[in-house]
Design a protein around this ligand. Structure first.
Ligand code: HEM
Length: 152
């Protein structure tokens, strides 16, 4: 399996660039979707044409941007994990980053579940809840970036 390790080492900087590009797309969607939910709850009459338009925007944002961007972030991120010399698990930062990334992925699942509720007209959560949940990806992003850059 040496050839895989060699390949990952040769492509390290390309993989890292693709990882960061995917992260930007994933985060853009993760910041925007809860915002859409705030407007959806507070400003839109259920069953109206605007309701259907919001459902379309939410579905497309997840299917066309957020889901593929998360898959790409994980793919290139794991490729970096297996690149020789990149992650030293005796440090704290890889564990902190791993925890925050798992939490980010959980939040992604939570947003998908809420989208399905909006599509069925069974949303029970308030605009305030979505406003608060909107801070989750921000806090996780700050933790992740400090982890990978400071490497404590
Ligand atoms: C989804 C699973 C993820 C895995 C397995 C993963 C793993 C990694 C690894 C191993 C590196 C290489 C570190 C280095 O070369 O120094 C890296 C770099 C990076 N990651 Fe992730 N990552 C993931 C998600 C994320 C997320 C969600 C963010 C941001 C919110 C992020 C932001 C970054 C940044 C900014 C770098 C570049 C750091 C540098 O320049 O050294 N990653 N990632």
């Amino acid at each position: 399996m040496d050839w895989i390790t060699d390949l990952l080492a040769d492509w390290y900087l390309v993989t890292k660039s693709l990882h960061v590009i995917s992260v930007i797309a994933w985060m853009a969607g993760m910041f925007y979707l809860p915002r859409l939910y705030v407007y959806h709850v507070e400003q839109v009459e259920p069953g109206s044409a605007t309701d259907r338009m919001f459902q379309t925007m939410e579905r497309r944002l997840l299917r066309a941007i957020i889901n593929p961007a998360m898959a790409a972030t994980w793919t290139f991120g794991l490729a970096l994990v297996f690149t020789p010399g990149v992650v030293d698990w005796s440090f704290t930062w890889p564990w902190v980053k791993a925890g925050a990334v798992l939490a980010m992925s959980w939040f992604h699942g939570w947003l998908s579940a809420r989208r399905r509720e909006f599509a069925k007209g069974t949303n029970t959560r308030s605009g305030r809840t979505y406003r608060m949940m909107n801070e989750v990806p921000t806090v996780l992003m700050v933790i992740i970036v400090f982890s990978v850059i400071t490497r404590f």
